[in-house]
Design a protein around this ligand. Sequence first.
Ligand SMILES: [Zn+2]
Length: 130
Amino acid sequence: MSNVYRYLKEIYRAYEDGIPLVGPTQISKALNVSKSTAHHMLKNMASMGYGIYMERKGFMLNEKGMEMARKIMRKHRIIESFLVSTFSMSACQACEEAGRIDGCIGDEIVEMMEKRFNYTTCPCGKEIPK
Ligand SMILES: [Zn+2]
């Protein structure tokens, strides 16, 4: 599942940048995996019901996939914000650490962090999805 989260975050980042279709090349660069690994994972994600995969075009999130992507990105960015504001971590280190726990941390603790600190953007200035 943690792998799916890594992919969902990357696809969501592309979507935020105005790129609705994400191909294996882009994913392989961002996640440092081979193009064939990225290709297989995107196809798997389509069969898991997160979106559609069009050969030679790319993957596009559907409603379920987008909801999952927003949820994981929300957690990721709240954790990042928490690490930076609480421990003065660099944004880069916070991103790496957040990536290790965003897929397994409970919803409640993340909402507690958010309520306590009222973060609206992540340390890089990107919006925290609702
Ligand atoms: Zn990050």
